[in-house]
Design a protein around this ligand. Structure first.
Ligand code: CTP
Length: 405
């Protein structure tokens, strides 16, 4: 899973609590990812956690001293539990041991981490990690239910092979998945109760069993929009052509290889989910405009000096969706190599779209950044060059404003 930096989480203050369990080793990778996402991470460990991973490792990765001791004299006011929890935007306990969950339920405060959880004035998220029997034990299940009822967010665990050799539920979520949850936690839910269908990536039109017509789209822009929309609370379906990307967290993925597959998948979803004007269709895929009139069942052998392949025009998925009687709010993308705004606006009008995103194909394709201009009936809105996930957030915020008008 590839998680891009979400502008909503930059500079947020997160206390990462590490408790005693073998999954503590994954906390090292988590800190690295959190720091990379520009989150201000303060690590607090229990003494049991120090048996599994050293505070030196966590200090080196977070760039800050790690707190363990309730009586740490380096904290200015002598009240580390108050100071740390007062400053935090959220507390994440990863891994959260069965014992620590039990402590939280009972409001125990016998070490720094449990005390600052009790003294907190911010959301608490826990990522349980334990042996499957411990997870399934009625006591743990009662504790989890109670923590949920108390407003604590429970992340995972997931199923898989465990450190003890058994297989089952109890593994801590992977660091990248936890980062995705943190991303989502800090993102305002502007798209709650909205459904968003997105196409992304390149289509592949087969010529024969080993050859095809495709294009250079990486899918990164469409996937970034899918991730941003899911973080903003939308129910997201991603109809994806060929990409090397992993499906973003909380997104339903449908694979569609050819333009015709993509057309069928989009139309089926719109009909099944009964999409209407309050829903969104964002067409980011680089759909082949033409496909071979015939796909040879056998590999074409070379013979003549020239080879002509007859192509037939594919359906324009976006134009078809936009012309449906009860069409969703449609957003198109125009990837051009010249006359960017002129061509993009012509496409917007021809396909009858409320909004089109204009970008230079040569510039955007494959890159992690993008520089776009949005065109709607009020004219052009140019955004500064930014990582695609930041562009995705700005685009969706613009759509939310348009839907409100
Ligand atoms: N699109 C689509 N189905 C197609 C072709 C394009 O849904 N068969 C969508 C794209 O996803 C994009 C928009 O239409 O949102 C514009 O795509 P683009 O390839 O830039 O333009 P075309 O309409 O194909 O025109 P041209 O290739 O001539 O520039």
């Amino acid at each position: 899973m590839t998680i891009s930096t979400n502008t909503n989480i930059r500079r947020k203050k997160l206390v990462l609590g590490i408790t005693g369990g073998i999954a503590a080793y994954k906390a090292a990778e988590l800190v690295r990812l959190l720091v990379k996402a520009e989150i201000d991470v303060q690590v607090v460990m229990t003494t049991a956690a120090c048996q599994f991973i050293t505070p030196v490792t966590m200090q080196a990765l977070s760039g800050k001293p790690v707190f363990i001791d309730m009586w740490d004299s380096s904290i200015s006011n002598g009240m580390p539990h108050i100071e740390l929890s007062r400053e935090a935007d959220a507390i994440l306990i990863a891994p959260a041991s069965a014992d620590f969950l039990a402590k939280l339920v009972h409001g125990r405060a016998d070490d720094l981490l449990s005390t600052l959880c009790l003294a907190r004035d911010c959301p608490l998220l826990v990522a349980p990690a334990m042996n499957k029997q411990m997870w399934e034990a009625p006591a743990t299940q009662r504790n989890i239910a109670q923590l949920s009822a108390d407003g604590v967010t429970i992340l995972g665990p997931e199923s898989g092979v465990q450190a003890c050799g058994e297989t089952g539920l109890g593994r801590m979520l992977e660091a990248e998945t936890l980062l995705a949850h943190i991303n989502s936690h800090f993102t305002p839910k502007l798209l709650a109760n909205k459904r968003v269908l997105i196409t992304a990536g390149a289509t592949i039109e087969k010529i024969d069993p080993v050859r095809a017509i495709t294009n250079l789209s990486s899918g990164k822009m469409g996937y970034a929009i899918a991730q941003a929309a899911a973080d903003m609370g939308a129910e997201v379906t991603l109809v994806s052509g060929a990409t090397a990307l992993a499906t973003p967290h909380n997104v339903t993925h449908i694979s569609a290889i050819s333009a015709e597959n993509m057309y069928q998948a989009v139309m089926k979803n719109i009909a099944t989910l009964k999409f209407g004007p309050k829903d969104m269709f964002i067409s980011v895929a680089a759909v082949a405009d033409y496909s071979p009139a015939q796909t040879s069942t056998q590999k074409i052998k070379k013979s003549e000096q020239t080879l002509t392949i007859a192509l037939t025009k594919n359906k324009d998925i976006l134009a078809e969706v936009a012309s449906l009687p009860n069409a969703p709010f449609c957003v198109g993308f125009a990837a051009e190599s010249e006359n960017l705004l002129e061509y993009a606006e012509a496409k917007r009008l021809a396909k009858k779209l409320p909004l089109i995103v204009a970008n230079l194909a040569t510039d955007a394709m494959g890159s992690d950044d993008n520089q776009v201009t949005l065109l709607d009936k009020n004219g052009a809105h140019t955004f500064a060059r930014a990582p695609k996930v930041a562009v995705a957030q700005q685009l969706l915020q613009h759509v939310v404003k348009m839907l409100q008008q």
